[in-house]
Design a binder for this molecule. Structure first.
Ligand code: R1P
Ligand code: URA
Length: 233
């Protein structure tokens, strides 16, 4: 047990899917997994372990932002011997080349966060996912005939920026095609602890066109991303 997770030792599978929203974790457990056990309720950050087509897997919410996923991913890797975490989240597109509901696989993440500097003094603004895990996700998407957009993503500490137009500079200067709020901390922790991490995202809004998906549509569209993530098991 940790200050934030009440699950017994060994309760997590080696692979954990992490959406930001704990209710999305519950949705996956209910709709995709067999033999499901709820293993965490602390702070309502629901976690479940079950099987998908006979393969063990866990799913847990990460909460929003790098401080939150920084805590949960660290504890899963270090205290529960989890080997790989696949973040499955939503993102805002920085380019018209991304349509609502497109599925994005992060090949790099850029962030102006102080997370790495504070955690271990590493100041580079970029982190990378596991290339083996990314390779498996690409193969799986291909087998399922689900198109994947790949590229550098932006992990941002701030959802409501005073200067909304900043995204155009981040796209131009750093090549980030979309924004979310957790991948940098997840990839950093995986790198520090010698574990694997990846991040796939569904486009929920586009900052250029200002289109946004409805809450209901997001739930349905996100199933393609979940199919890809579960396919790597
Ligand atoms: O849909 P999730 O996984 O929560 O991801 C995105 O949505 C939240 C912001 O609305 C942030 O957590 C961001 O990263
Ligand atoms: O972090 C996020 C997620 C979705 N859309 C955004 O604009 N930002």
């Amino acid at each position: 047990m940790t200050p934030h997770i009440e699950a017994a030792p060994g309760a997590f599978a080696k692979t954990v899917l992490m959406p930001g929203d704990p209710l999305r974790a519950q949705f996956i457990a209910t709709n995709y997994l067999e033999n499901v056990r709820e293993i965490n309720r602390v702070r309502n950050m629901f976690a479940y372990t079950g099987t998908f087509r006979g393969k063990p897997v866990s799913v847990m919410g990460s909460g929003m932002g790098m401080p939150s996923i920084g805590i949960y991913s660290w504890e899963l890797f270090k205290e529960y011997d989890v080997e790989r975490i696949i973040r499955i989240g939503s993102c805002g597109a920085y380019t018209e080349d991304l349509a609502l509901y497109d599925v994005v696989l992060a090949t790099h993440v850029y962030s102006e966060t102080s997370f790495g500097q504070t955690q271990n003094g590493e100041s580079s603004p970029y982190r990378k996912p596991s290339s083996a895990l990314n390779h498996a996700l690409i193969q799986c998407a291909h087998a399922l005939d689900i198109p994947l957009k790949t590229g550098t993503i932006h992990s941002c500490d701030v959802f409501y920026r005073e200067n909304f137009e900043d995204f155009r500079r981040i796209y131009a200067d750093f090549g980030a095609i979309c924004v979310e709020m957790e991948a940098f901390a997840l990839f950093h922790n995986a790198q520090v602890l010698g574990k694997e991490a990846a991040c796939i995202l569904t486009v929920s809004d586009n900052l250029v066109t200002q289109e946004a998906a409805s809450a209901e549509a997001r739930q349905t569209a996100f199933t393609r991303m979940m199919d890809v993530a579960l396919g790597v098991l």
